[in-house]
Design a protein. Sequence first.
Length: 487
Amino acid sequence: MGAVMDERSRHRQFEERFVNQLRTRALALIAGQLPADEVRIVSTPEGIDGVRATLRRLEIYDRDAVDSLPGTHSRQLRFRRRRLAGLFSTDVLRVRVRALAPLEALLRDEPAGPLGREDVLDALAAYEVLPRREKPDVVILASADGFTGEARALVERGGPPRLVLMGGRADGGWDVDAPESLLESPWGRLFELESHSERLQRLLRHLEANAAVVDTRGIALDDLAGQLGLSVNETEALVRQACRTQPRLMTVQHAGRVHICRAPFAEEGNTMSIWSRIRRLLGMKPTTAERVRDLTAQRVQIEQQRHEIDQKVETLENQERDLIRQGASAASDAERKQLAGKLMRLRRELRRHRAQAQLFTQQIDIIGTHIHHLTLAEQGQRLELPTAEDLTREAAQAEQVITEVAANADLAAHIEVSAETPMMAEEEAAIFEEFKQVAASQAGAPASAEASAPPEAQAAPVRDEAQAPAPAPKAAEKNEPANPEPG
């Protein structure tokens, strides 16, 4: 259940992002970049009506389900232009916008994928029943998982309305399918939802994801354009800007293709490149940074050549395995002889390519080792580390300070004087004696209270009468003998 809710949230977030970005883009282009003076954006009911129709078809009668499902947002963008000095305005372009979602898959907890041809046709059918004055000129449909090839082919079917499909990419970009005439018109800017800075950040993320390739043989510009979903010209402009913002990035041309790679370290500032050009014109010795960048360009070219050789070797090895299988299953010696001849020629060619690949590998190792040593030397020179004399002098000073502090601490421990005086000691002894007297008086008070209590209040020990001794004879009255003799 948690995975289903996460999938629904993903589609809802995509829907909100799409609608908000398209609204922001339309408002930004009104200022002289589109053949319109204003745009009126209103909500339309086809989105929520489509979700409710799907729920009824699936016999799900839950009113709260509509609030948690994607696909409920739909908008109308009415672009208008003022006429006769603003006395009245007319519609220039009516655009309907809607984000589609795989509702059945989300409701049935099934894996969702790109939307197909039927989903697009069902969405377009909602606009065919509108009045003539409300029918859109352009319909923009978006999907978080994109569209299938059959659905994207509907873009070229013509119109009205003209269809534009926009699919979300995993890297945050957009796949746009629209009629070529619409893209080449000023209205094509409306579908560029991604800003230039966002495209640049997406390019840098792809370079980091392919860091192992970028740091070795470089990544081809056309391959990078395919990963970004942009044209080669747009990707080249982004690469040039990335090289300006990150000096370690550089471009190398090999076999008519431009590769972007990364040097071990960058030149310090833009003035360095200008100064480098002057040094080259004067025939002066190149700096370490220039040598590293030149060696990096050589390494990228050799890496690319080795990559091409590796692909050829892999193809030949596959052919070798096929010939061996064919030879093992051959029915006659004549067929085996033909296959053996092919295998001999192929293995000779394979040995040549392997030897060439080994040569490229050794050259790469040599250049890589040299770049590594130059990088270590340059990085060591760029840091101002203390010399041996500085280290020795500072260590001697530190040892002297520690020795003086230890001597002063020992002296302070021996000459410490007590703050107590004889008068204070006598006063302290008197206070101790006072404490003892108070304690003795507090201990004697309970004893005196017990002695002064009445006899009946004092508890006498209870003894058995049989064991108790006989009571003594009562004493006589005062001044009378206890035992008077008879007269």
